[in-house]
Design a protein around this ligand. Structure first.
Ligand code: ADE
Length: 262
């Protein structure tokens, strides 16, 4: 038996006349939402970013299911302790292995996970190919780091992917988790109004996106490039590509070093 936790089901029914007979054709679309479990000591911090705009719409359309887990609920003592001093004597608290083990074991008993991600400044850098990869997964866990980080045994035995969102240190991994989640959800089929627009984002082809303009065609003497008003699709495409190349060369030349490679 196949069991879906939640899914959206679309049934198309066509009627066509064929030699006097009526044929009915059914087409089923079953969308199984991507499931993202986020483990955090600050669930309140994450509520707002996930309740607006594209992420909210993706949740409403059942493309994604985001569930927060307060790490303190899995603490071992009555004080809900989730951190302790480092054995090395260094300043700063270290997140305890037991509560993290408890919550991840609990989640894994309910479903299989493709990746257990840990947000950390020393993880692999988040970039468009990594966001693309994560968007193809079914179930993921994101563990938000805090304080001096987690006990190394968590990283050695429970984490499968460590992600950084930049070479700087945040106070906690929640904002990193929000950034990762946002970059992934906008790639889910149906999340964006215009299905093609994620493909034209900067970085999708290792190039920065070209400049964009909207009405009015002239404001304050500042004009939209004539070519965009020409109605010539082929010339517009060529212009966009040239602009992308020029922008990338000027602002992020290192992206062109492996341009055209997968
Ligand atoms: N936690 C603290 N700093 C971080 C960063 N730059 N990326 C991901 N997680 C973090």
């Amino acid at each position: 038996m196949v069991y879906f936790e939640t899914c959206s089901l679309t049934v198309y029914l066509y009627r066509s006349k064929n030699r006097g007979k009526t044929w009915k054709v059914f087409s089923l679309t079953i969308i199984i939402p991507m499931r993202i479990d986020i483990i955090t000591v600050l669930p309140e911090l994450l509520e707002s970013p996930f309740n607006h705009s594209i992420i909210k719409r993706a949740k409403d359309k059942k493309l994604v299911d985001i569930v927060f887990h307060n790490l303190r609920d899995y603490a071992m003592d009555k004080h809900k302790k989730v951190d302790d001093y480092a054995f090395s004597g260094d300043a700063g608290m270290v997140m305890l292995v037991e509560p993290i083990y408890n919550v991840i074991t609990h989640l894994k008993s309910q479903r299989d996970y493709d990746e257990v991600i840990y947000t950390s400044p020393d993880g692999k850098m988040l970039n468009q190919p990594r966001a693309n990869y994560i968007s193809t997964l079914n179930n993921i866990i994101i563990l938000c780091g805090h304080y001096k980080g987690v006990d190394q045994r968590v990283r050695d035995h429970l984490i499968t992917l460590e992600i950084s969102i930049g070479d700087y240190v945040l106070s906690g991994g929640e904002l990193a988790a929000a950034v990762i989640t946002d970059s992934v959800i906008r790639l889910l089929p149906g999340a964006l109004g215009d299905e093609t627009s994620a493909l034209t984002d900067s970085f999708q082809d290792n190039l920065l996106a070209p400049p964009v303009y909207t009405r009015p065609a002239e404001f304050n003497g500042w004009k939209v490039p004539d070519i965009l008003l020409s109605g010539n699709d082929a010339l517009i495409e060529k212009w966009k590509f040239e602009q992308s190349m020029e922008r990338t060369q000027r602002l992020r030349p290192e992206l062109l070093e492996d341009w055209g490679e997968e």
